[in-house]
Design a protein around this ligand. Structure first.
Ligand code: EPZ
Length: 429
């Protein structure tokens, strides 16, 4: 049952200051799944408080793991895995639960889970995941919304897999399956997102032999078993990008401490094109806003190191108050423009045609009652509210809690007038 909390923003406060960035959602999720391959105890640091992390922990516990959380550290004892199925209700809590397919197959040689189905941003087919499992020699039956995947007698055997699209999830599932499989697996046209390298670094610290993660060809030599290890999750490049864009939209200056600058490389150039001044000093990045934001000619979302689709909505919010016309092409997901209808409530001028959106910048936005249509669309609503005249009331914020740890507190530290109110408070006022 979603909570009915809302976020209330009073706009026109410049954001200034320095923050550290939470651990990466899209890294901690596959890493927690990867602990299933370990015959022992894994200690994972820098785990953010997110509903997707809670959903992943629920599945680990269901499978027989002993999971403890102390602050931002999660300890997983996966010595006694008992089950290989994941109930439908747990699978549906989170789209990326599909990565449990590789984690469970890798450990148990058999997995039964319900198909994750689509979500707000697209149909999200899993054909690449299933065809990869078959190439490892597994047999797959799909019936009544369930996938039953079983290795043949001789077990899972390493092979060469050429991905027709560099899917993040499929690449992770192949690595998870190949790590304990017999022989060598080579992935061509693999996804190169930093989160994949982070998962591979964790597995290699447990004794795996994964080479080339983060590049488009990855080679995995199967090993017999893994022992436990300690790992610190990388900072979240999407969250870092979101707070940089928030600052640029309110006209302030921000220092992001202890991040990996190369991970946000794809958004630095467009932000500079909009007039921001960005300097990098080791693992600290400083963004100083221009007096007036300028349009960004063209943003095409692409697999990493192209422009990330997970920053499309936030960057669109920025261009909605920039001088001139900006064009967006969404190449990754077929319905990732749901936030546009909500941005228009603020007074933004945006037209779409298929996967293209044309944004004509306006002088200012006005506070509005809007809803979060999905995780990143929801964060774009907060950004629009921060620079709008007046009050913004944002509902359906359960979407945002999937990927941002207490955004109202982080933005509050930077000087924003923002608060979370629960249903009782909203109805009382
Ligand atoms: C990961 O999703 C991220 N999620 C997404 O972040 C991110 O948007 C996406 O990668 C792209 O960068 C996590 O890491 C948990 P894909 P994933 O498989 O793995 C198609 C966020 O906001 N495809 O790379 O599901 C698919 O439909 C989330 O944090 C197939 O056609 O993405 C899509 O169009 C949202 N068949 C494209 O590939 C397949 O079998 C990219 O999907 C698999 C994918």
């Amino acid at each position: 049952m979603w909570n009915l909390d809302k976020i209330i923003v009073k706009g026109r406060k410049k954001l200034n200051g320095e923050i550290s960035v939470q651990g990466a959602k899209n890294s901690v999720l596959p890493i927690l799944v990867a602990t299933l391959l370990v015959d022992g105890i894994s200690v994972i640091h820098n785990c953010p408080y997110l509903s997707d992390v809670d959903a992943t922990v629920k599945i680990l516990r269901y499978l027989g793991c002993v999971v403890k959380r102390e602050g931002h550290t999660i300890t997983v004892d996966s010595t006694n895995i008992k089950k290989f199925d994941v109930p439908d209700n747990l699978m549906r809590e989170m789209r990326s639960s599909i990565v449990f397919l590789g984690g469970i197959m890798g450990r148990m040689g058999k997995a039964v889970l319900s198909t994750p189905g689509g979500c707000e941003i697209g149909l999200r087919p899993i054909d690449l995941h299933l065809s990869a499992m078959e190439q490892f020699g597994a047999t797959i039956t799909t019936e009544n919304g369930f996938i039953d995947c079983s290795a043949k007698e001789k077990g899972l055997v390493g092979t060469r897999i050429i991905l027709s699209f560099p899917s993040v999830g499929a690449t992770e599932n192949i690595i998870l399956t190949a790590t304990l499989a017999k022989g060598v697996t080579i992935i061509s046209n693999a996804a190169r997102e930093p989160e994949i390298k982070d998962m591979a670094d964790f597995l290699n610290s447990c004794g795996a032999k994964i080479h080339g993660a983060g590049e488009s060809t990855i080679t995995i030599e199967g090993v017999r078993s893994l022992c436990g290890a300690e790992h610190t999750v990388i900072p979240d490049r999407i969250v870092a990008s979101t707070y940089m864009i928030a600052t640029a939209m309110t006209g302030g200056t921000i220092c992001l401490k202890d991040i990996v600058p190369s991970h946000i490389g794809p958004i630095i150039q467009p932000l500079r094109e909009s007039g921001c001044h960005i300097s990098v000093d080791g693992r600290n990045v400083v963004l100083a806003s221009p007096t007036h934001l300028k349009r960004i000619r063209m943003i095409r979302t692409m697999p990493h190191p192209g422009f990330p689709t997970d920053v499309q909505a936030q960057m669109m919010a920025l261009t909605s108050i920039a001088e001139g016309t900006s064009v967006f092409i969404e190449n990754i997901f077929e319905s990732r423009f749901k936030h546009i209808g909500e941005l228009i409530r603020f007074g933004a001028k945006i037209n779409t045609e298929g996967r293209m959106a044309v944004v004509e910048g306006v002088k200012s936005l006005n506070g509005a009652n809007v809803k979060a249509t999905d995780l990143r669309g929801g964060s774009a609503m907060i950004l629009a509210g921060l620079c709008a005249d007046g009050i913004t009331e944002l509902s359906e914020i359960h979407h945002i809690d999937r990927g941002y740890e207490e955004p109202e507190k982080v933005l509050g530290v930077l000087g924003a007038d923002i608060k979370r109110v629960n249903n009782y408070e909203t109805t009382k006022n």
